[in-house]
Write a protein of this length. Structure first.
Length: 227
């Protein structure tokens, strides 16, 4: 079973193709120019390199957000167009889930953070208990300083490769004397494809009639009741 994973939620286009547990393609491209044209060029070149056609894919897994408004709208329109023209189903994967899934540390609180501008961040909390990856909070949009105040010191933060946000992060953590553990990652089409494969096997296919980017309203920090 071959799955395409696509992430356009940031300034990096991430595209991956997997076949079961095997990675066939893992492409990251800095987004410049017309996103729709870049998407088409990168997809066509990747399929050509693998001697594949779009019809050889069994599912299209898309990183649904949160993230760049423009990137998500254009990327979702592109992936919907592929679905309409080929009949290949779409699986929606939250961007924060895809980021957190790249960290395979047992008994560690993992906190991916995406810059939402205006001193706000998107985030959620994750754990890996006995090899089982789990989201234990709501998807949140809140001020960065409030987020840092609530998170235990032993948590592992995931930041995207963004020099401007990293400077903001370093300044704030220094001011608050917070010694946070941080790793920097890029969006991963392969991670999106792997989570998409799990959802596809559970028949969690998106309904095109109401498929929209994941928008998050500001809310108070809270974990799930059953966490």
């Amino acid at each position: 079973m071959k799955i395409l994973g696509l992430d356009t939620s940031s300034s990096v286009l991430a595209l991956g193709i997997i076949e079961e547990n095997n990675v066939l393609a893992d492409v990251n491209v800095k987004l410049e120019g017309n996103l729709s044209e870049v998407l088409l060029d990168v997809l066509n070149q990747t399929l050509q390199d693998l001697n594949l056609e779009i019809k050889d894919l069994q599912a299209l897994s898309y990183s649904i957000g949160p993230g760049s408004f423009t990137g998500l709208r254009v990327g979702l329109s592109f992936i919907k167009g592929l679905c309409f023209s080929t009949g290949i189903p779409i699986v929606a994967v939250p961007t924060l889930d895809a980021l957190a899934s790249q960290v395979n540390l047992v008994n560690t609180l993992v906190v991916p953070i995406i810059d939402a501008k205006k001193d706000l961040v998107y985030s959620a909390l994750y754990t890996n208990q006995n090899g089982s990856f789990q989201n234990i909070s709501e998807y949140m949009l809140l001020p960065l300083d409030k987020m840092l105040e609530k998170i235990p010191e032993d948590a592992l933060f995931i930041l995207l490769e963004d020099e401007n946000f990293r400077a903001t992060w370093n300044k704030l953590t220094a001011e608050k004397n917070i010694l946070a553990k941080v790793i920097t990652l890029s969006p991963s089409g392969v991670a999106v494809a792997k989570l998409g494969l799990e959802k596809f096997r559970k028949q969690q296919v998106a309904d095109l009639s109401n498929l929209e980017p994941l928008y998050i309203s500001p809310l108070a920090f809270k974990t799930k009741k059953n966490a």
